[in-house]
Design a protein around this ligand. Structure first.
Ligand SMILES: *Cc1c(COP(=O)(O)O)cnc(C)c1O
Length: 411
């Protein structure tokens, strides 16, 4: 596994045939055997390329626009930019980052339904034309600061409102009013955007509503003389190929009915988790351990392990790279690093905690693990959403190291 590709801000390790990501993690764990045993992240840039191939073969009509907030590490932006993706930027910082990577401004959409004036001005100055808008208040700011903007109107969906418990976007009822206001202010409207989160229970129904509503907005827009040609169906792709195909089969017939290819409408989507989730793994070290008995009353001290329950402290928690947990997301159980030798075969109910000794700092409530010792390593996969920026600025260590890899066959 020799051969390091030097980049200004990060180093990519080239993996030659047969060397796997697990080997890389092993290598870094061994290096730390006598060291401080700090947590670290491994990023597999090849995973981004493989997800792109999967996207293109499953949904060739949907142009992917990557939401930068999902993971804004420079290596990710660089790979995705070189694959020709568009980018969804929520603010000036994200837009600057993407522009610095040479992404043309026409491949950038400034999202966010409530934008700071400075961010709208920044978009105008840098020729970023496509902006998301959901209300008259936003419309009047944009018409003043960026009169040549091309707007995508953010349509509300029940699923999105349910997930965030906030109403994002405008409803179909207020649509004509908003379009007329845009007309009056002389701002162009070019399309519609909406978002259906992957947590949505009834995908088919959600897309039925959203796409038929979007068609109504298109019709009204065309009526008022707008050139409506962009339909953005948002995110909500977990990263699994199966789930992508599920969404595809829900959406395809609707697109054929409402926005057939001959209509000339460009169809975009915002796959964020889809690209990055599986590309990053996090290795953490066990720094503390407690044994509890499941049946306090029936077990005497020093009884056998059968009814034992273990509580482990790790060197990172919800105030670090597991911040997703605080937002109500579940963190899947980790795998145990293979150098851990289990005294016996058994697995025990275990809970995993961060180092803060805070009630909220529980990362995994309950999972089955072999008995671990202090100093053992746990490996969490699918950690790509929540970028290394968060990894480093929130983590208890000043900087959580990120080791990038790509295998020679992906490269
Ligand atoms: C976060 C976000 C997404 C996508 O996230 P997924 O996890 O991929 O569903 C899409 N669009 C916007 C505007 C977002 O903020």
């Amino acid at each position: 596994m020799k051969g390091l590709v030097d980049k200004p801000n990060y180093i990519i390790e080239l993996l030659e045939g047969g060397v796997t990501l697990d080997d890389v993690i092993d290598g870094h764990i061994c290096e730390q055997a006598l060291g401080e045993k700090s947590a670290f992240v491994v990023g597999d840039l090849g995973a981004l390329m493989r997800q792109h191939v999967c996207w293109q073969s499953a949904v060739p009509r949907m142009q992917p626009y990557y939401p930068v907030k999902c993971n804004s590490s420079p290596a990710v932006i660089e790979v995705l930019a070189s694959l020709g993706l568009g980018f969804i930027c929520a603010n000036k910082t994200e837009a600057s980052l993407v522009l610095e990577h040479g992404v043309p401004p026409e491949n950038i959409i400034l999202s966010g339904v409530c934008k700071q004036l400075a961010h709208i001005k920044h978009a105008a100055k840098n020729n970023i034309q496509h902006l998301v808008c959901e209300s008259e208040a936003e419309l009047s700011k944009i018409s003043r600061l960026h009169p040549s903007a091309k707007l995508l109107l953010q349509l509300t969906t029940e699923a999105h409102a349910a997930e965030t418990s906030m109403a994002f976007g405008f409803s179909l009822k207020s649509c004509r009013h908003l379009l007329e206001a845009a007309k009056e202010l002389g701002v162009q409207v070019v399309g519609v955007t909406f978002h259906i989160p992957s947590s949505c229970q009834d995908l088919q129904q959600a897309y039925n509503h959203a796409l038929s509503d979007a068609r109504c907005v298109f019709d009204m827009g065309v009526d008022l003389g707008f050139n409506m040609n962009i339909l953005d169906i948002g995110g909500g792709f977990t990263g699994s190929e199966g789930q992508l195909k599920q969404v595809e089969s829900a959406v395809r017939p609707l697109l054929e009915a409402y926005f057939p290819p001959l209509s000339g409408v460009h169809v975009l989507a915002q796959p964020g988790s889809f690209y990055v989730a599986s590309a990053f793994s996090l290795a953490v070290n066990v720094i503390g351990k407690k044994v509890m008995n499941r049946h306090w009353d029936s077990l005497t001290q020093g009884g056998n392990n059968e009814d034992a329950e273990f509580l482990y402290y790790m060197n990172e928690g919800v105030y670090g790279p597991f911040s997703r947990k605080l937002l109500g997301n579940c963190i899947a159980a980790p795998s145990v690093h293979k150098h851990v030798r289990c005294a016996e075969e058994g697995v025990y109910p275990s809970s995993l905690w961060g180092p803060s000794l805070d009630q909220l700092d529980q990362v995994v409530e309950r999972c089955l693990l072999p008995e671990l010792s202090v100093g053992d390593w746990l490996c969490f996969s699918n950690m790509g959403v929540c970028g290394p920026e968060e990894f480093s600025c929130l983590s208890t260590s000043p900087q959580l190291p990120v080791y990038y890899t790509v295998s020679t066959c992906d490269w």
